[in-house]
Design a protein around this ligand. Structure first.
Ligand code: C5P
Length: 284
């Protein structure tokens, strides 16, 4: 039996823009991604059994090949050209599910990195990211992590200067949305407000947190706010309590606020934690 444990960080979309629909049904994106130190732990074990299985310490992850971790393992062994009889993946979850923080994708990326470690790092990070693209649009970014510009379906990645030190208060309201349905709604409505991603990148180069925060925006947010006014309520509370910016991540439902001051972030989290699940995290 050989096993490895890998940390899998959650991600935030600091900016999220959808440029248009493509012929393959996907959308061209332009987003600034940031990994944060809210971590799942993924343990991958090659076993003597005749089964592949994935267990999680909380209920609700899909079974069979709908499970992104198993799909990632399958893709890895296809590329390797051989497959083990027995594989056990165990996931200890911290990242909220249905949150827009790429919880499933980061676990899948961790499986790719873990299996690669168990096989003497035969594949480069770029090769693992290309495998990840077959598993899901966010997986290539999750293989890389850090601060990055993601374009195309999400698989065209450009590393960016790291986010300046800051503190994120994450707030998880209890709703979840269907990503394909949300993209359809976006297609049916003109986008009125877009983030200025290029300007945001300039601010990152200058390590100007305040300037960067003025560019934070997610094109899904105005659509979702119509059905879930709780999003704008949380954004307002975060800003009233010292956040430089606040936004939805991905297709939600997690909303984050960015703070330059740890004490203010702690106070804001304490205020919101009575009503919602909250987390205080940093760049990872
Ligand atoms: O790639 P993934 O399986 O994560 O995508 C889930 C769904 O999100 C796709 O089926 C598609 O409806 C939508 N999507 C999209 N354009 C992207 C990424 C996702 O339309 N760039």
């Amino acid at each position: 039996m050989r096993a490895v444990s890998v940390k899998a960080p959650g991600k935030l979309n600091l900016t999220l823009d959808v440029l248009g629909k493509r012929d393959d049904g996907y959308h061209d994106m332009k987003m600034i991604m940031q990994s944060v130190d809210l971590l799942d732990t993924v343990t991958v074990t090659l076993t003597e059994n005749k089964t592949w299985e994935c267990v999680c310490d909380i209920p609700g992850i899909p079974s069979g090949m709908d499970n992104l971790a198993l799909k990632a393992a399958n893709t890895f062994f296809e590329a390797l050209g051989t497959r083990p009889d027995g594989l056990h993946i165990s996931i200890a979850k911290t990242i909220p599910m249905q949150g827009g923080m790429a919880g499933g994708s980061t676990d899948a990326a961790a499986v790719l990195r873990g299996l690669n470690q168990l096989h003497g790092s035969v594949f480069s990070a770029d090769e693992l990211a290309a495998m990840g693209a077959k598993v899901g649009s966010d997986v290539p970014y999750c293989v890389m992590g850090g601060t990055a510009l993601a374009e195309g379906r999400g698989e065209i990645l450009t590393p960016l200067p790291s986010m300046p030190e800051c503190f994120y208060v994450l707030v998880k309201p209890e709703f979840s949305v269907s990503t394909p349905a949300l993209f359809r709604e976006l297609d049916a409505n003109p986008i009125k407000r877009r983030p200025d991603t290029d300007l945001a990148v300039e601010y990152l180069k200058q390590q100007d947190l305040f300037g960067f925060c003025s560019c934070i925006q997610n094109v899904f947010q105005p659509i979702l706010e119509k059905s879930y006014p709780v999003i704008s309520g949380i954004c307002t509370m975060l800003k009233e309590n010292g956040a430089l910016a606040s936004s939805l991540t991905g297709t939600g439902s997690v909303v984050f606020g960015i703070f330059s001051d740890l004490h203010l972030a702690q106070l804001a989290e304490a205020k919101l934690s009575g009503k919602y699940r909250t987390y205080l995290v940093r760049n990872a």
